[in-house]
Design a protein around this ligand. Structure first.
Ligand code: UD1
Ligand code: CA
Length: 461
């Protein structure tokens, strides 16, 4: 929006969170709260944005996209003080200011746009975004006289009759910058919290003859300000419901949306079916026509189309090609790749391993730092011994290799194409292509030994 300036308040610690982490850094749908708020504000394409930071400033600053100006508030003296610091950082800003609280991530771009338009239409000095709540406890109350907003009174300063008011301050406003600057000079801290309240500018501007408007938000639930973990959980639920709805609308079946946890940056193709208890986060992309059985945890992974993930698998920072099958109870650790039509079965762990097209590791294996070709069969219980206690080494297995069960590869080791590893072998040396490698101790059978020794007492030490 042309000529629009924004200030986002995000300097507070958030005492009521009872946390070592600054409030705006707490995750919501796996993204820091402030990232949601900033996303809403940035959608308006303002000309200038300042974010007021203080507590854990370095971590908060790291979240700011290029072009967003950090404004440092060393001491948190209240929202009016913070607003002043934000304005100063916008140097010479003029016109309309949208001021948003970092802890109100549910106020969407449409609502914010609506507020700015309303403010302009009303030619107001201040427009407060308000909400009618059945349980207004904790919020600043909108006091009206003859229908017009006369002031905002904070919970702690409100009289018993003011506390009954159900119209609350969402903490988001539009200001005429000149009027705000002037009013801020008159804000004092003589109140229950000893803070400089931004809400005081309403009464100041009105008494000076300015125009104060109020715009109630359409969906009061979006006015939720997050101050405690209870509110954090409530917001999480609202955001998660919204995310799941949008996937459902785009053709994804979510069998139990209440028990499906998908974060904001995830992409999922149509006709994918997601069973309950899946957590999908980070920058995960899942193709169409996949089936995710219950209980998987998938993060930062790229999954092709038609993939089946049988339940209770953990997939981190990995790539899975079309039509592969994973699990149940598989673990793909970072840097793993599973080829087209390949299978990773139960209790198989991959770490920085790639399994080529059509290859199978179906049971009880560890493949770490391994490069496995196409159409390879990895027998049950195969282990790549990649670590000698000092360094990690690679195992390379060529195409069409058959690895018998219970084999170990003492890396570094390379197995040529088409080789056969006899079950129970410990492979310490490279195997040429098409060879049979067998490294078992020859078996001896002692005739009748068991029978003759049966019942013999074993001496106790
Ligand atoms: C504020 C409003 C209240 C409103 C509510 C909506 C005031 C005085 N009260 O109360 O009327 O109903 O929001 O959720 O404004 N912050 C700073 N620096 C400071 C103080 C706060 O950056 O010195 C930031 C916080 O990090 C937070 C935001 O401003 O993101 C709001 O502060 P908070 O303490 O949460 O205000 P509330 O008590 O919720
Ligand atoms: Ca708040």
């Amino acid at each position: 929006m042309k000529g629009l300036c924004c200030v986002v308040l995000a300097a507070g610690l958030g005492t009521r969170m009872k946390s070592g982490l600054a409030k705006v850094l707490h995750p919501l749908a796996a993204r820091p709260m402030l990232v949601h708020t900033l996303g809403n504000v940035l959608a308006l394409k303002p000309e200038k944005i300042a974010v007021v930071i203080g507590h854990q400033a370095d971590k908060v600053r790291a979240l700011l996209p290029p072009g967003v100006v950090p404004a440092i508030q060393k001491e948190q003296k209240g929202t009016a003080h913070a607003a002043g610091i934000g304005l100063d950082a916008l140097r010479g800003a003029d016109g309309v200011l949208l001021l948003v609280s970092g802890d109100a991530p549910l106020l969407g771009a449409e609502t914010l746009k609506g507020l700015v338009s309303y403010h302009k239409r009303k030619k107001a000095d201040i427009t407060v975004l308000t909400a009618f709540l059945d349980e207004p406890f904790g919020y600043g109350r909108i006091v009206r006289e003859g229908g017009k907003i006369s002031k905002i009174v904070e919970q702690k300063d409100a009289s018993p009759s003011e506390r009954k008011i159900k119209e609350i301050n969402s903490g988001t406003y539009c200001f005429n910058i000149k009027s705000l600057k002037q009013a801020l000079r008159h804000v004092r801290s003589a109140n229950a919290q000893g803070e400089f309240y931004l809400t005081d500018v309403i009464e100041i501007v009105r008494q000076g003859g300015g125009r104060v408007a109020g715009m109630p938000v359409e969906d009061p639930a979006t006015a939720l300000g997050i101050n405690s973990r209870v509110e954090l959980a409530a917001a999480e639920k609202i955001i998660r419901t919204k995310i799941n709805r949008s996937f459902t609308a785009s053709g994804v079946t979510i069998i139990d949306p209440e028990n499906t946890y998908i974060s904001a940056d995830v992409k999922i193709g149509p006709d994918t079916i997601i069973h309950p208890g899946n957590t999908i986060d980070g920058r995960t992309e899942i193709g169409g026509g996949c089936i995710l059985m219950p209980g998987n945890i998938i993060s930062d992974s790229i999954i092709g189309g038609g993939v089946k993930i049988k339940g209770y698998s953990v997939i981190e920072d990995s790539k899975i090609a079309d039509k592969a099958q994973i699990g149940p109870f598989a673990h793909l650790r970072p840097g793993s790749t599973v080829g087209i039509d390949a299978r990773v079965g139960n209790f198989v762990e991959l770490k920085k391993a790639s399994l080529g097209e059509g290859s199978k590791a179906s049971h009880l294996s560890y493949l770490g730092d391994a490069l496995v070709g196409r159409n390879v069969n990895i027998g049950a219980g195969t282990i790549t011994c990649n670590y000698d206690g000092f360094s990690k080494f690679k195992t390379v297995i060529g195409d069409d290799v058959f690895v018998g069960s219970d084999s170990q590869f003492i890396a570094p080791v390379t197995i040529g194409k088409g080789a056969l590893i006899a079950a129970g072998s410990t492979i310490t040396e490279d195997v040429p292509k098409d060879a049979l490698a067998l490294s078992r101790t020859p078996q001896t059978n002692r005739k009748n030994w068991a029978k003759e020794n049966r019942g013999r007492k074993i001496k106790k030490k």
